[in-house]
Design a protein around this ligand. Structure first.
Ligand SMILES: [Zn+2]
Length: 338
C-alpha cells in the first residue's frame, strides 16, 4: 500500500499556537489550536509543537514518514532562508533562535519558516479570494501588527528580508514605549494588545459600561470586549477603538502612497470585527491619501481572517519554498502568479 503523503503547518502567535495537516494545497484536513501559549521559551515551544503534531498524526492515522515538510508562520523578524528567528517583540527571549533546525532535528522533516504576515499574504494571494491584483498589502492585525507586501505578483522581502514591519513604523513621535524598543510604533496604539492595555489603564478613572464588564471578568478587559462595548455606544470604548482605527488608517495611507498597491487586506484576529472595523479604518485611510490614482486603493477584510495563515504555512511546503525565494542555492523563486 502506498503511504499517504501530507504536509504539516504551524502558526506561532503571541498567544496561540496552531498545528495543521493537509493532504494537498488549499485544504486543511485537521487542526489543533493551543490557546494557552504565552511567551514560551523556544525549547518549550518545540516540545509543545511536536506533542501536538503527534496528537494530530495519531488521530488522523498518519505516520511522520509520510510528511513532506513542515511550514511555520511566526510573529517576529525572521531570516527565512536559514530558519532563524532574529527577534520577536511579542515572544520574549527569542533572539537568533534557529527554530528551523530545532524542529527539523526533532521531527526529521524539512522545515520552512517565515514571518506570519508574509505567510498570511501568501495564503491570501492563493486562497483568500479577494486579491485579484498583482499588487497588494496584507496586514495582520492581532496581538501585534505586521504586513506582507506583494508587488508585481511577487512577495517583496527587502534587502534584509524583513520588509513589511508596518507595526513598527512610528506614528507618534516620542509616543508610548513599544516591545521592539522604540517609541510610538503603530503597534503601541492600534494592535489588540494596545487596545487592551489602553482600556485597562483608563478603567479606574471613568464610570463606563466597560468598567462593569471588567468587574465581571476579574478586573480586566480584552480587545474583543472593548469592540463589543464600542458597538453598543460606550463612549470610552468608542474613543479607544476610534483612535486605534485612526492611526491604523494613517499608517495604511502612508503605505498606499509609498507602494501604490491596488488593495489593502486586513487579516488576523481583529479582522473578525469585520465591516465595523473596515469602515472606520477606511475613513481615516482615505482622508490621508492624496488626490490622484492612489485614491483607487481598496480596503478589504480577509474572507478568512485567521485561516489564510494556516493555508499559507502549508503552502510553504507545497510550493517547496518560503515566500520570495527558494531555499538557499536553488536560484530565484518563480513569481507567485504569472
Ligand atoms: Zn515597535
Amino acid at each position: 500500500m502506498t503511504e499517504r503523503k501530507f504536509a504539516l503547518g504551524c502558526d506561532v502567535g503571541a498567544t496561540k499556537v496552531s498545528v495543521t495537516v493537509a493532504g494537498g494545497p488549499g485544504v486543511i484536513d485537521d487542526r489543533i489550536v493551543d490557546t494557552t501559549h504565552r511567551m514560551r521559551k523556544p525549547s518549550d515551544l518545540v516540545l509543545e509543537v511536536c506533542a501536538n503534531i503527534d496528537k494530530l498524526l495519531e488521530r488522523n492515522g498518519l505516520n511522520i514518514s509520510g510528511c513532506i515538510g513542515l511550514g511555520v508562520a511566526i510573529c517576529g523578524f525572521v531570516r527565512s532562508r536559514e530558519g532563524v528567528i532574529v527577534a520577536s517583540p511579542n515572544l520574549e527571549g527569542w533572539s537568533d533562535t534557529p527554530l528551523g533546525d530545532l524542529l527539523a532535528g526533532k521531527l526529521g522533516v524539512p522545515v520552512m519558516i517565515d514571518n506570519d504576515a508574509n505567510v498570511g499574504a501568501l495564503g491570501e494571494f492563493r486562497y483568500g479570494g479577494i486579491a485579484d491584483g498583482r499588487d497588494f498589502l496584507y496586514v495582520t492585525l492581532s496581538t501585534g501588527i505586521g504586513a506582507g507586501i506583494i508587488i508585481n505578483g511577487r512577495p517583496y522581502e527587502g534587502a534584509c528580508h524583513v520588509a513589511g514591519e508596518l507595526g513598527h513604523t512610528t506614528v507618534i513621535m516620542d509616543g508610548p514605549k513599544c516591545n521592539c524598543g522604540k517609541n510610538g510604533c503603530l503597534e503601541t496604539i492600534s494592535s489588540g494588545l494596545a487596545v487592551e492595555r489602553i482600556a485597562n489603564d483608563r478603567l479606574g478613572r471613568e464610570e463606563t459600561s466597560l468598567k462593569k464588564r471588567a468587574a465581571e471578568r476579574g478586573g480586566k478587559v480584552d480587545a474583543k470586549t472593548v469592540f463589543e462595548e464600542a458597538r453598543k455606544g460606550d463612549l470610552l470604548s468608542m474613543e479607544i477603538v476610534d483612535n486605534a482605527c485612526r492611526y491604523l488608517g494613517l499608517a495604511l495611507s502612508n503605505a498606499v502612497m509609498l507602494l501604490s498597491v491596488s488593495s489593502v487586506i486586513i487579516g488576523g484576529g481583529m479582522a473578525n470585527e469585520g465591516e465595523y472595523l473596515r469602515k472606520k479604518v477606511e475613513h481615516y485611510m482615505r482622508k490621508d491619501i492624496a488626490k490622484g490614482p492612489n485614491e483607487q486603493a481598496e480596503l478589504h477584510i480577509s474572507a478568512r481572517p485567521t485561516g489564510v495563515v494556516d493555508l499559507g504555512a502549508l503552502e510553504l511546503v507545497f510550493e517547496g519554498k518560503a515566500p520570495g525565494h527558494e531555499p538557499a542555492g536553488r536560484g530565484n523563486a518563480a513569481p507567485l502568479r504569472t
